[in-house]
Design a binder for this molecule. Structure first.
Ligand code: MRU
Length: 353
């Protein structure tokens, strides 16, 4: 592990950095108190960093995995020369297996694999693959800026919103999806305040979303996850705005555990639900929510907090880290290509055509 030399002050847009031909990941487990980068030299350490939540958020792990393929190819060329395509397979499998729910990971690795399929065996592959990984990264930022503005256009008049988990710059190539909409809405004077669910057990809301919004100067108040319905009942909330890890072909949405209960509460209180995600999050090969693989993580993540056991010894835990919100509870899916109101299978097929 090396200490990177950063050319500028870091901020939320620096979660994934390719600098001096090396990959650096901002260790999101340590935020907001420690800003520390991990230097990943090999694809397997990239896969481990994704599994361990150093980098998280669906588009960010897709971008990271694409750079991981570059590292894999670099190593395979050093070790096997013209046999690099066979030598890379193990690393690609490790990247694909790092986390199961976010489709962006598989989407990015498959895109890199398609390019590999067109490349010559006898040429050093690093430069061509790096250009593709950079395109994936740049396209994600551009998509977020577009969908941010589109999502903000759905907000009629100044209101407060609730968000869940972290779907910000940290969770993407930059700018953010749900927080992209929030940034755009703030810039156009349509946003009063963001209420951010703290998002147990990893506290992405209090550690990451609050950090990003404070950084942007956007007013943010934290909510205990169980407080969201009461906050809606108190009034003044126009929208719930969230990101997604995978959207099925019928419009069902997988996102951080707790999104489903948030959407149920929103429907009960006449609050609208917006899901902001790039098209790389839409999985047209996945028919509906029950087909989405849901990651379960170690019970200890729930039984402890900040590395300290809080639950009674002997207690067990059920710890799925994503849930599925049925399409009928979603008012709008916003991508870089446009807005899908009251999403269903036909509208999504048209959107993705
Ligand atoms: O477990 P995480 O932190 O990777 O979960 C992240 C989320 O659920 C985000 O809301 C989702 O990936 C969208 S990020 C733009």
């Amino acid at each position: 592990m090396k200490t990177p030399v950063l050319k500028r002050a870091i901020g939320p847009d620096d979660a994934v950095l390719w600098q001096g031909n090396e990959l650096f990941l901002l260790d999101q487990r340590l935020l907001p108190h420690i800003e520390h980068f991990i230097h990943c030299e090999h694809a397997k350490s990239v896969a481990q960093a994704i599994a361990d939540m150093v980098v998280r958020g669906a588009p960010a792990i897709g971008v990271t995995a694409a750079y991981g393929v570059v590292l894999a190819a670099r190593d395979a060329w050093r070790q096997a020369g013209q046999g690099w395509k066979a030598a890379i397979e193990d690393d690609l499998a490790a990247l694909l297996a790092a986390r199961p729910t976010a489709v962006n990971l598989g989407w990015a690795v498959e895109r890199m694999k398609r390019l590999i399929g067109t490349m010559a065996d006898e040429r050093e592959p690093g430069a061509v693959l790096l250009a593709e990984a950079r395109s994936i990264h740049d396209e994600d930022i551009a998509a977020n800026r577009s969908l941010g503005d589109l999502g903000a256009s759905l907000i009629d008049s100044a209101t407060s919103v609730i968000t869940h988990c972290n779907a910000g710059a940290l969770a993407t190539g930059g700018y953010g999806t749900a927080l992209g909409v929030i940034r755009s809405a703030w810039n156009s004077g349509k946003l009063e305040r963001v209420y951010a669910d703290e998002t147990r057990p990893w506290l992405q809301g209090s550690r990451l979303t609050a950090w990003e919004l404070v950084h942007e100067g956007i007013p943010v108040s934290l909510l205990a996850d169980g407080a969201a319905a009461a906050r809606m009942a108190a009034g003044g909330i126009g929208w719930v705005i969230v990101g997604s890890d995978r959207i099925a072909a019928n419009g069902d949405v997988a996102n951080k555990i707790g999104t489903y209960s948030l959407a149920l509460a929103a429907r009960a209180h006449g609050v609208k639900v917006m899901v902001a995600a790039p098209t790389s999050t839409i999985d047209m090969d996945c028919p509906s929510g029950p087909d989405i693989p849901i990651e379960s993580r170690e019970p200890d993540e729930l039984l402890s907090c900040g590395g300290k056991r809080v639950a009674s010894m002997g207690a067990e835990a059920w710890n799925p880290v994503f849930d599925v919100t049925p399409a009928e509870l979603v008012d709008a899916i916003v991508t870089e290509k446009g807005i899908v109101l009251s999403p269903d299978k036909g509208k999504l097929a048209e959107h993705m055509a």
